[in-house]
Design a protein around this ligand. Structure first.
Ligand code: SAM
Length: 237
């Protein structure tokens, strides 16, 4: 997907992209390609793939974002989806979190280049950060970070009541079935699954819309070790 095709495809999902945003995405893609030659940030190296698999795929979440929200992107990597969404939502505050120092360093330079004022970068483990930031966020996003049961324990406690957890997933059916109990224990409710096909290659993607309807117990998130060894089920309530 090139720049013109991105503009066209975004129009189809009702996202307007202005000249400045187009230029900013171009700077983002070029900087990512250059940086990736020395420091491994992403397996996606071609500009056309960055436009499709990173930019377009991040922007499908745009419809869920409102002004003046506070959004946490867990395991943001090189800024997907959080940094791309920040470009399109200057009135919304984005906290981009990753445990990997190399990725945070890249993002520090990137947000300077793009002059982004609505982004805060945090280098931390999500389980530690969320434990100290319970019920602070309107939305939590996350792509390609962990299995849904694990991700739910990292994400739902960070949300205000009424806030939305919006993980981006590929094929979700089995993973979702295995996670229903975990989501319920954490005070979440699956509202809907928004399925779409990535343009051109037509691969299946899903956005889960999970609402935080009840307080999570303050014992969550547990240590990562425990989350992995004993994914939440009713017997561990
Ligand atoms: N979200 C980005 C994307 O879609 O391109 C990056 C995905 S990358 C496969 C997973 C990222 O999650 C890595 O950068 C890793 O450091 C981060 N990560 C995994 N577990 C984490 C945790 N518990 N806390 C913080 N970051 C974590």
């Amino acid at each position: 997907m090139n720049k013109e095709e991105l503009v066209e495809e975004l129009k189809k999902i009702e996202i307007e992209i202005n000249e400045t945003q187009q230029k900013q995405l171009d700077v983002y893609a070029d900087f990512l390609i250059e940086y990736n030659k020395q420091t491994n940030l992403t397996a996606i190296k071609e500009k056309k793939d960055i436009y499709l698999k990173h930019f377009y795929d991040s922007l499908v979440l745009n419809r869920y974002i409102k002004s003046n929200q506070k959004i946490l992107d867990i395991g943001t990597g090189a800024g997907f989806p959080g940094c791309v969404l920040a470009l399109f939502n200057p009135e919304t505050q984005f906290i981009l979190l990753d445990s990997n120092n190399k990725k945070i360093k890249f993002l520090e330079e990137l947000i300077q280049k793009l002059n982004l004022k609505n982004v805060e970068l945090i280098q931390a483990r999500a389980e530690d950060y969320v434990k100290n930031n319970l019920e602070k966020f309107d939305l939590v996003t996350s792509r390609a970070v962990a299995e849904l049961r694990i991700l739910s324990e990292l994400s739902l406690p960070a949300l205000k009541i009424g806030g939305l957890f919006l993980p981006l997933k590929a094929n979700i059916t089995e993973e979702l079935e295995a996670s229903k109990e975990t989501i319920e224990i954490l005070g979440g409710h699956l509202e809907t699954v928004d399925k779409y096909l990535l343009p051109f290659e037509k691969s299946q993607r899903s956005i889960l819309i999970i609402k935080h309807i009840k307080e999570s117990s303050p014992i969550y998130p547990r240590s990562y070790d425990k989350i992995l060894k004993k994914p939440l089920k009713n017997s561990y309530k």
